[in-house]
Design a binder for this molecule. Structure first.
Ligand code: DX5
Ligand code: ZN
Length: 221
């Protein structure tokens, strides 16, 4: 995978034509498919589950699928996503009774595991599980909806997370999710992110390739 990865959030895709829309965004240069799972309990919205992940794999999607679980409790749905072909599975610490166990469940199933931190959630618990995470996802909006505005304080938090990753010496992706667009992606990368989720910024434009190219050229500067 490239050092910088663009991960379109299919939350903003056309659900009536999901397979085609995912093909289209991958053909436009996306690296990862970001798959937002909301349960109307942990977050105030309801989206898609493992059946849709299975359907995308059956349809022929081979790109990494990055499953972002905004659900509580998280453990009982992990196995279904492992079977459905998830590549990464990330969850919010608040959604798990036993964070270490949930991470281990994901890893035992052969997927990459990650933790997601809301804008006001501290990174403290990371220090106990740094050896088990393959991805750290920082939310730059409160989870539940696409199309919200990037919270600027997340840049400092990204720097904090980057320092922890560098100190660990491990290969851990640092992903950012919420309000990412062509205008702010460079500052976000400079703060330490290497994986960029973008939903509305990509899917609300007619030409996905133009947006992804513009993001990459910001990252190349
Ligand atoms: C929000 C989701 C995001 C969302 C991002 O809870 O986790 O992945 O789709 O959408 P944008 O890029 O529109 O903020
Ligand atoms: Zn997400």
């Amino acid at each position: 995978m490239q050092p910088f990865a663009i991960a379109p959030s299919i939350l903003s895709a056309d659900f009536a034509r999901l397979g085609e829309d995912v093909d289209k965004v991958l053909a436009a240069g996306a690296d990862i498919v970001h798959f937002d799972v909301m349960d109307n309990h942990y977050v105030p919205n309801l989206t898609i589950g493992p059946m849709v992940c299975t359907a995308l794999r059956k349809y022929g999607v081979t790109a990494p699928i990055d499953v972002h679980l905004m659900v509580k409790p998280v453990d009982r749905i992990i196995g279904d996503f492992l079977e459905a072909g998830a590549s990464y599975i990330t969850f919010h610490p608040e959604g798990s009774e036993h964070i270490d166990r949930s991470l281990q469940l994901i890893k035992d199933g052969g997927a990459k595991a990650g933790l997601v931190f809301n804008p006001a959630t501290s990174l403290d618990c990371l220090k106990y599980v740094m050896d088990k995470v393959d991805m750290i996802l920082l939310m730059s909006v409160n989870p539940g909806f696409g199309g919200q505005k990037f919270i600027p304080g997340t840049l400092d938090k990204l720097r904090e997370a980057r320092a922890l990753i560098d100190a660990s010496g491990r290969e851990i992706r640092l992903e950012i999710d919420g309000g990412v667009n062509v205008q702010n992606i460079r500052a976000i990368a400079e703060a330490g992110a290497d994986t960029f989720v973008a939903g509305s910024a990509i899917f609300n434009q007619p030409d996905y390739k133009a947006v992804i190219d513009a993001m990459r050229s910001e990252l190349a500067q």
